[in-house]
Design a protein around this ligand. Structure first.
Ligand code: PGA
Length: 252
């Protein structure tokens, strides 16, 4: 059986509403987005204020819609936060958590992100749990240790989880994000083999998929296709342009 390839667009805060409207219009006219083959999964993580619109519009397509973050608490006096319950009522399929930009700019800790992970699974929303090291950590030989520390926070939840919601672990080396720099093939293979070895023992291993993120574009795909253990991609900058995203999805 051919494995599903996952393409998640992370729109970040790149677009205004008019650009989002233009994108959805293009998607609704495109065969690939309307009827991708059954082995292709396309997801779009829009920003909060666009989620309702994008979800309603793309309902007619095969595109799945998700959020870029969520709150770590259920409800209450938390100005500016968005609850998992709200995401669930919007019928969202997935939610990115622990993105390095959120860890860095909003100071979110491993423990706080782990709470979001738990809430998402309880709501049957697939978490896309992001992990990644800085260049300095990599050069000091700490890559696997850093990744393990980030993952350790969710290990308890993972070990006791018996549901069927898919879980995505997105490996995004921080220096590769938005820089046009792709890690070397050997470095990536080492990380994805390490990740696979960590998860293989878990009862839910078959529902855990590994994604790569960081300067993914169609030109990078031949190199990325060589790496074993990657089920798909988290695509930032290249995903906001409809034609560029289409080229990436087509070049599998
Ligand atoms: P990029 O972003 O594709 O622009 O490097 C990826 C991400 O941050 O998820």
């Amino acid at each position: 059986m051919k494995k599903i390839r996952y393409y998640f667009a992370n729109w970040k805060m790149f677009q205004s509403f008019s650009a989002v409207k233009k994108f959805t219009k293009q998607a609704l006219r495109d065969d690939l987005f309307l009827h991708p083959d059954k082995n292709t999964y396309i997801g779009i993580a829009a920003s909060y204020e666009h989620l309702y619109y994008v979800e309603q519009k793309l309902k007619k397509s095969a595109v799945h819609v998700g959020a870029q973050d969520c709150s770590n608490v259920i409800a209450g006096p938390y100005t500016g936060q968005v609850s998992v319950q709200s995401l669930s009522e919007l019928n969202l399929s997935f939610c990115i958590i622990g993105h390095s930009e959120v860890r860095q700019y909003l100071g979110q800790s491993n423990e706080l992100i782990a709470l979001k992970f738990k809430l998402l699974l309880a709501a049957n929303i697939s978490p896309i749990f992001c992990i990644g090291q800085t260049l300095a950590q990599q050069q000091a030989g700490f890559t696997c240790q850093v990744l393990f520390d980030q993952l350790e926070a969710i290990l308890d939840t993972l070990s006791s989880y018996h549901g069927t919601t898919k879980i995505f672990i997105a490996y995004e080396p921080i220096y590769a994000i938005g820089s046009g720099i792709l890690p070397k093939t050997e470095e990536l293979q080492e990380v994805f083999s390490f990740l696979q070895s960590l998860f293989v023992q878990l009862p839910i291993a078959k529902n855990v998929m590994f994604l790569y993120g960081g300067s993914v574009c169609d030109a990078a795909l031949p190199q990325l296709a060589e790496i074993k253990g990657i089920s798909g991609f988290l695509i930032g900058k290249a995903s906001i342009d409809f034609q560029e995203l289409k080229k990436i999805v087509e070049s599998k």
